[in-house]
Design a protein around this ligand. Structure first.
Ligand SMILES: [Zn+2]
Length: 337
């Protein structure tokens, strides 16, 4: 009998190792703890045991019975608690996503410009946001009565009327030509300011990238080749190009660069205003007056220059059709890039 009690105890011990849920716990109860279970069966047989052995066997049986019951109670509490806490979780809910940070689309555009032009041998140059009239206008061949000099278009510094917030990044061209000897090959990304009413197409503060190449015998053909090489890297190989005559005070001749609309394959869409063309840059041969103002001899050197509007390019790349979305810092917009 003692042997049988030990065997049942061993079975109980083996059984509890495999109890993982309330169902297997219930099977355990039915096998060992109910009236027709293994333990009660041993108690029933106690009456056939000689009286001399009864106290010892009875004691062993009680130990086994209490052991099985306490294990059952403990496991039941544990399993019920974990079932309760897991039922609070809706397993059908999607997981929480951690959003990675990313470059702001405007910064991304600038980085891409810099990467491409650096690979073509251009360095990156910077200049001050607060400029004087000489660098922003005079050296760039703006006539004294040019409307850009008007308070309507330019933010002047109140305490010093000679100072203003630069209206373009072109003054950085002046600074680099004044401070370095040709050959000069540089791009100048930066922030510019105009006294404009804010709308879907205009901000008072935005970004440009200017570029300049000064050397002996620089030609318009090289300017065209540079613009085309850049645009193919930026927008893809299968583009068509168009150089339209234009006017800037600081270049002569001047041109606007159009590329075939890569969004609609030149078929015409909302973004290209159904023309099949997208304007991406202004450019031209640097005016001799500008070279002279910067201390460079126009008979000896020539130069080309170009300028891109970063927000405009970013809008074309992202499909954002209101420039203000770029600076609202609305995560619903920014998360898309
Ligand atoms: Zn189009």
């Amino acid at each position: 009998m003692i042997e049988e009690i030990r065997e049942v105890r061993k079975k109980v011990e083996n059984y509890i190792e495999n109890i993982k849920d309330l169902n297997s716990l219930e099977s355990f109860r039915l096998e060992f703890l109910v009236k027709k279970g293994r333990i009660q069966n041993l108690f029933d047989r106690l009456k056939d045991i000689p009286n001399t052995e009864k106290p010892l066997i009875g004691k062993e049986l009680n130990i086994l019975s209490k052991f099985a019951e306490s294990i059952h109670k403990k496991l039941k509490e544990e399993l019920e608690a974990s079932a309760e806490s897991s039922s609070e979780i809706d397993l059908s809910l999607p997981g929480r996503r951690n959003f990675k940070g990313s470059y702001h689309p405007v910064l991304k555009t600038i980085e891409d410009f810099v990467k491409i032009f650096e690979s073509m041998g251009f360095i990156v140059a910077e200049g001050p946001d607060i400029e004087d009239g000489f660098h922003n206008f005079d050296a760039l061949n703006f006539a004294p009565d040019h409307p850009a000099r008007d308070m309507q278009d330019t933010f002047f510094i109140e305490s010093d009327e000679e100072l203003l917030l630069r209206t373009h990044t072109t003054p950085v061209q002046v600074r680099i030509m004044q401070s370095q000897k040709p050959p000069i090959r540089a791009i100048m990304p930066g922030r510019v300011y105009r006294n404009e009413a804010i709308s879907a197409r205009a901000l008072a503060e935005f970004h440009q990238i200017d570029g300049i190449y000064v050397d002996k015998n620089v030609t318009f053909a090289e300017l065209k080749a540079t613009m085309i090489a850049f645009a193919k890297r930026m927008y893809g190989e299968d583009l068509k190009f168009r150089f339209r005559p234009s006017y800037f005070p600081f270049t002569e001749p001047s041109a606007e660069v159009d590329i075939s609309c890569y969004l609609c394959n030149s078929k015409g869409c909302r973004v290209c205003k159904y023309s099949g063309w997208l304007e991406i840059a202004g450019c031209g041969m640097v005016h001799p007056n500008v070279l002279k103002a910067c201390g460079i001899e126009p008979e000896e050197y020539s130069a080309y220059a170009f300028g891109f509007g970063i927000e405009r390019i970013t809008m074309l790349r992202t499909g954002i059709d209101d420039i203000r979305y770029l600076y609202d810092n609305d995560l619903r917009v920014l998360k898309q890039f």
